[in-house]
Design a protein around this ligand. Sequence first.
Ligand code: SF4
Length: 348
Amino acid sequence: MTGQQVDATNQETISLLGGRVLAGGRISRDEALFLFNLEDSADIIGLLSWANRIREKFKGNKIHLCSIVNAKAGACSENCKFCAQSSFYQTGSPKYGFVDPEPVLEAAAEANKNNVTAVGLVAAWKGLNEGPILDEVCDRIRELKASGRTRPDASLGIIKSQRVADRLKEAGLECYGHNLESSRRFFPQHCTTHTFEDRLETIGYLKNAGVKICSGGIIGMGETREDRCDLAFELKAIGANVVPVNILNPIPGTPFEKNPPLPVLEILKTIACFRFILPRQEIMIAGGRTVNLRDAQSMIFMAGASALMVGNYLTTLNQPVEKDLQMLKDLGLDPCWDSHGFSDQGEI
Ligand code: SF4
């Protein structure tokens, strides 16, 4: 940034950048870092008010709701340091094989009842290859699609062949969840059994198959603000449609069990910075929301969030869906159901 702009009051700079994004423009990495490094609470609240305007401009007052099913639990071969389901750590989390139709159809019925747009099948394993499991997965996706109006999503790990991605698409899969989790630089700090490149390659196969991409990350793992900034620009570069922001919920038994919680204003500022960098995406607040934000939860929408993961998480509890629906109603936000849940992305 030029010496001239740095001298401008922070509020003037925030307004300048906010106005540019509202007008369809972009912010640079340096400009984004300026926003990530705001410290003063008045500046951060100023940032939130612009993020809210950007959300309203590109997302209206619609809030998309997603829920997940733990379709295969525990005993995962990977060593992600935040994860209760890794076989590397003693966390006591449940272990079971790939699910039968019933739990998936129950989740779909619950989703239909609560205006939840999508149900995601999530599996705790390294990845998915051709074979009997892929056949079963495709059956579950077909059943989910046939169950009514819920969008069938899935998060099934690393994919190493275009054929597997095409099979998932043929079965009716609409969106694939595959977080980059953090910046390329920080990734080896939380996982060494697979790479950032493995995740980019997987996303490439799904995009080639015509499947939408749900990809975001986790904050609070010890990464820097620069890492969070770089993650947002990587997600912009891959053309993520939905961007989940998880906030670390330290699980006893994992290497991150003693990680200090992020301050609430730092979390809200991060969401707002993501909204500035990714103005048209669905920014979804996922895991760790209730334990980290407590009564400040509803401020996520002012910070720019346009989607919410509701219902319980894979191994931890969330607040009741009814409480989330009441929160949206109180804020005049519309938990709209939309077959695809992807409003016009336009220019990414
Ligand atoms: S790959 Fe997924 S399930 Fe396995 S340890 Fe990592 S985050 Fe957990």
